[in-house]
Design a protein around this ligand. Structure first.
Ligand SMILES: [Zn+2]
Length: 427
């Protein structure tokens, strides 16, 4: 009996070789054994002749994308509150809505909408913030596991500077719930993993962070949080943690800033040279959230500089600071804001090219999950099949041009099928 994750996909295949170039194969064969890519071929090699072929004819076959930073509970108010900046937006939109996830019936409904929409997007992997409610977080994890997407999900920690209806009672209470959450979900999933999720420095006391760091070591977990999104926030952190040399150090000094374990920091807009060096040294991932950074008037992250310096970078929707669940839109937005930064802030920072942004959305963020985001041999086979025939009616385009038009003219395309680690999802 053939395993469901051993399969051949046929179609017009396109994936990044590196950040500068893509490999395109018209009518190519993408071979996958036990969820792992064996390569892309013009003709199907003899040794794979017995595998089942899914022939997608002239559709595009591209790697699935990784959303490196997204807030599942905020999806329910997506598109609201866009006249505000971060701190006001948190108080008036985010915290009141997140409080509703104490109600498990509401959580179940709201999270199902998010899960369904993510399943129907080009995203195959995601690093997700839930809320501080452990039971609701487990519901989200159950639903994500059920969808077949591969995700890392965090119960949020916050023991200060949040309204009393949402704030966890104490560092101790937050730690107790975190351990309970880890114990209750341990061994329950194949495609869903916990990730430690202190909201950001303003929401977490040193006591909480230090204890989380201990849990991180004991449970061998990765970490996700926010860094230098907004200038008022950066000033606030200076006042809250006067002993730290900066925002990044506020995490580092309590052992929550990568190094011998993976960490993602969202935004990273106002990062000093020293902080940038620390991020590089510790292998911290930058989750670049161009849509959110525009909506909340946060600023423009210096992504060109990070790439030149060899930092790890992926793209992210940051729902609901961002308003689109689509990583294709994030590719377009990342390019757009890089052009504004180049023109208005520093002409030494050249705008991102399409191939670079595509690379960031696939291999860039995918690498947080291992060998993910390419069809080269040994990569896990995450693939999205796109019917772009509406866009090819008048003129002929090469495959790379079709991919670029599919991103910019997304409303004209259809997602036909989707595979995650070789398994076809129901979409
Ligand atoms: Zn965020």
């Amino acid at each position: 009996v053939q395993k469901e994750t051993s399969i051949v996909l046929k179609g017009d295949i396109c994936y990044s070789i590196d950040s500068e170039s893509v490999n395109s194969v018209s009518g190519g064969y993408l071979v996958c054994i036990d969820g792992i890519c064996q390569g892309v071929f013009d003709e199907l090699p003899e040794q794979y002749a017995a595998l089942q072929i899914h022939d997608y004819q002239h559709s595009l076959i591209i790697p699935g994308m990784t959303d490196l930073h997204v807030h599942a509970p905020q999806y329910s108010f997506c598109g609201l509150g866009m006249d505000m900046e971060l701190l006001e937006w948190l108080d008036t939109q985010t915290f009141p809505e997140e409080a509703r996830y104490a109600d498990l019936e509401y959580a179940r409904k709201a999270y199902q909408t998010f899960t369904d929409d993510l399943t129907h997007s080009v995203t195959t992997r995601a690093c997700i913030f839930a809320t501080c409610h452990l039971k609701a977080t487990e519901i989200l994890m159950d639903q994500m596991e059920q969808s077949g997407l591969i995700t890392k999900i965090g119960k949020v920690n916050m023991d200060r500077n949040a309204p009393s209806y949402l704030c966890e009672e104490s560092a101790e209470a937050s730690i107790k719930d975190t351990l309970r959450w880890l114990n209750e979900t341990s061994g329950r999933y194949q495609r869903t993993e916990p990730i430690l999720t202190p909201r950001f420095i303003p929401s977490c006391t040193d006591e909480l962070m230090t204890k989380l760091s201990q849990i991180r070591r004991e449970w061998n977990l990765s970490v996700q949080s926010h860094l230098s999104e907004n200038m008022s926030e950066v000033d606030w952190v200076k006042n809250l943690v006067p002993d730290a040399s900066g925002y990044a150090d506020a995490y580092d000094r309590v052992g929550m800033f990568g190094g011998d374990y993976p960490a993602i920091m969202a935004h990273c807009i106002y990062v000093t040279k020293e902080e940038q060096n620390l991020m590089k040294q510790n292998g911290v991932y930058v989750a670049h959230c161009p849509s959110s950074n525009t909506n909340l008037s946060s600023g423009i992250a210096p992504i060109r500089r990070y790439l030149n310096e060899g930092l790890k970078v992926g793209l992210a929707t940051d729902l609901a600071g961002g308003h689109s669940i689509s990583m294709l839109q994030m590719i377009v937005n990342a390019i757009s804001v890089s052009k504004l930064r180049f023109r208005l802030i520093d002409e030494k920072e050249k705008p991102l090219r399409f191939t670079e942004a595509f690379y960031l959305a696939t291999i860039g963020g995918g690498s947080f999950f291992g060998k993910v985001g390419s069809f080269d041999p040994d990569y896990e086979m995450d693939a999205v099949i796109i019917d772009d025939s509406e866009l090819c009616k008048l003129n002929q385009y090469n495959i790379q041009q079709r991919l670029e038009r599919s991103a910019y003219l997304e409303s004209k395309i259809k997602i036909q099928a989707k595979y995650v680690a070789g398994r076809q999802l129901v979409i």
